[in-house]
Design a protein around this ligand. Structure first.
Ligand code: APR
Length: 231
């Protein structure tokens, strides 16, 4: 087997202390996603939206990558074929675990975006409605995250990878949000083996051939050991 395509979601960062969205007590039970994760919400109240992402950025910066992130970085380093990591997460824990290539389909918390000129820049602290674009000096700035109703990033590249995947694994995602939730069908149609790794068996994850149930920090390192032992 040469090409492995991985899709990660909030569950892989849960044991690093970052909240998931749809679990009991998750982020979408504390906030209305219409208010903080849509273009309409941002137009209505940019300060509320910036506050939401400022808090999440501070949480992410205070968190550390866990054993599951580290195991995927080891897979990328040691697997003799291609390993493509697509993440729905906007945190940078994969990169901080040593993953060299990460496709952030829902954008990146640690980056600002200018709506006017398209510039992107690193953000380590807070953003605000008065924040200026470092390239064109306008105030049409926002976190570089993909909101509901917007087009996820890198879809053509992702589509190409899914079409020649031999193994597709989803880790810590509820399979509720498209287009990511549909990747399993595309990969399976292209002939890939499909495997789901999740704390729970249910959700929108019944399209997978195989599933491994348990916390990512336990299951992912063991699964990576197993894969690398087959090389
Ligand atoms: N190990 C493995 N899986 C876990 C763990 C864990 N320790 N903890 C939680 N999970 C699983 C849950 O069972 C659930 O299936 O992680 C999944 C988290 O699901 P969601 O909260 O829906 O997160 P995700 O699938 O990443 O959400 C997709 O929705 O709101 C948007 O843009 C946001 O990227 C996000 C997208």
């Amino acid at each position: 087997m040469r090409k492995i395509v991985l899709l990660t979601g909030a569950g892989i960062s849960a044991e690093s202390g970052l909240g998931t969205f749809r679990d009991v007590g998750g982020i979408w039970s504390q906030y209305d996603l219409e208010d903080v994760a849509t273009p309409r919400g941002f137009v209505r109240n940019p300060t509320l939206v910036h506050d939401f992402y400022n808090a999440r950025r501070a949480n992410a910066m205070a968190a550390s990558p866990n054993a599951a992130h580290a195991a995927l970085a080891r897979l990328e380093a040691e697997w003799p074929g291609d390993v493509v990591l697509i993440t729905q997460n906007i945190d940078d824990l994969h990169e901080r675990a040593g993953q060299r290539t990460v496709i952030h389909m829902h954008g990146e918390l640690m980056q600002g975006l200018c709506v006017l000129c398209g510039a992107r820049w690193p953000v380590a602290g807070e953003m605000s409605a008065a924040g200026r674009c470092p390239a064109c000096d306008c105030v049409a700035t926002r976190p570089d995250v993909v909101w509901f109703g917007e087009m996820p990033y890198h879809m053509e590249e992702i589509d190409r990878h899914l079409r020649d995947a031999e193994l597709f694994a989803a880790i810590g995602t509820s399979g509720q949000v498209y287009p990511a939730a549909g990747f399993v069908m595309l990969a399976a149609a292209a002939g890939a083996r499909t495997i789901n790794i999740n704390l729970e068996g249910a959700d929108g994850n019944d399209a997978f051939e195989e599933s491994l149930i348990g916390p990512a920090t336990r299951i992912v390192p063991a699964w990576v050991d197993h894969l690398l032992a087959t090389v």
